[in-house]
Write a protein that binds this ligand. Structure first.
Ligand code: MN
Length: 302
């Protein structure tokens, strides 16, 4: 007797596209792909927000552009670099420079002050800049834990080839086909960079019950169970039920997969703080005013 064992198909919920664009500081011309206000606090949990910066050309300049000193509390900021370089420093002593293929995983938790700027070398050289920044929520029990900082250089992010030369998966966080990503996460998260060659088809079998969304950075894909396709700068959100998503690339396509166990707790946010209650937001504002987030050392940029 033969049994077939094809995992249940995940349903496409929506293909979300936004033309909402704004500047973050003077260095990051971003499209706001989603945030916990516009798509709902539950929809993409544990992911709170995603900004896609560029691709944008910057002329050579003398002073690094970016965002000056500002606070965060209650979550993590994850920056993925595609083109250009960014430098980060924070009041916890964390800091580093990331370039194409690298990822920076900054845990604000109980609070940091930090700045995010183009690197001095990129500033002087100019060129095309392209990055993604994700905000990843922390469970209530970890929101006030110590801040942390992880630089995940490209060389530590394992690549896994897809069958039939369909493309490649780079595992930033979580696990794909036995390859483990280098990121330490507080809750189960899969964050994968996926490339598919034009015409290729690939199956992804994902954890049942987890959030599952594919962001298309380049190209266009057909989505299983739907006549819709998803093109550049759109986000395909699938049901938590079921396991399998099949993607067929119409063109050479680059995607970012966002997967994770939802955090079933209230989300109350204001500006750079994301907590569980309004009282905790008021406390965060008071703590920044009282200097309890620390200070950045005076700039000593390379
Ligand atoms: Mn920031």
């Amino acid at each position: 007797m033969q049994t077939t064992n094809t995992p249940a198909i995940k349903q496409l919920l929506q293909v979300h596209r936004t033309d909402s664009a704004h500047w973050v500081g003077d260095g990051f011309p971003v499209r706001s792909i989603f945030d916990y206000e516009n798509l709902g606090r539950e929809a993409l949990s544990p992911f709170l927000l995603m900004d896609y910066a560029g691709p944008a050309e910057f002329k050579p300049a003398a002073e690094p552009r970016g965002v000056g000193e500002h606070p965060h509390r209650g979550f993590e900021t994850v920056t993925l670099a595609y083109q250009g370089e960014v430098e980060h420093r924070d009041s916890n002593g964390g800091g580093g420079r990331i370039g194409p293929g690298d990822v920076q995983w900054m845990t604000a938790a109980s609070g940091v002050m930090h700045e995010e700027k183009h690197s001095r070398a990129f500033t002087e050289r100019g060129g095309v800049f392209e990055m993604i920044q994700l905000w990843v929520n922390l469970p209530a029990k970890d929101k006030m834990s110590a801040p942390g900082y992880q630089t995940l250089p490209a060389g530590r992010i394992p690549p896994v080839n897809l069958p039939d030369q369909a493309g490649q998966v780079r595992v930033v966080a979580g696990e794909y086909q036995g390859a483990r990503g280098p990121a330490h996460t507080f809750t189960p998260i899969n964050l994968w960079e996926i490339s598919l060659r034009a015409g290729a088809r690939a199956n992804f079998d994902l954890p049942e019950g987890h959030t599952a969304a594919f962001f298309v950075r380049r190209g266009r894909v057909e989505l299983s169970g739907s006549r819709d396709t998803a093109g550049e700068a759109s986000l395909a959100l699938f049901s938590r039920e079921g396991r399998r998503v099949t993607l067929t690339a119409r063109e050479d396509t680059a995607l970012l997969f966002l997967g994770g166990e939802p955090i079933a707790e209230p989300v109350v946010g204001q500006g750079p703080f994301v907590m569980n209650t309004a009282g905790e937001i008021r406390q965060a504002i008071m703590d920044v005013r009282a200097g309890r987030f620390g200070r950045l050392e005076p700039a000593a940029l390379s």
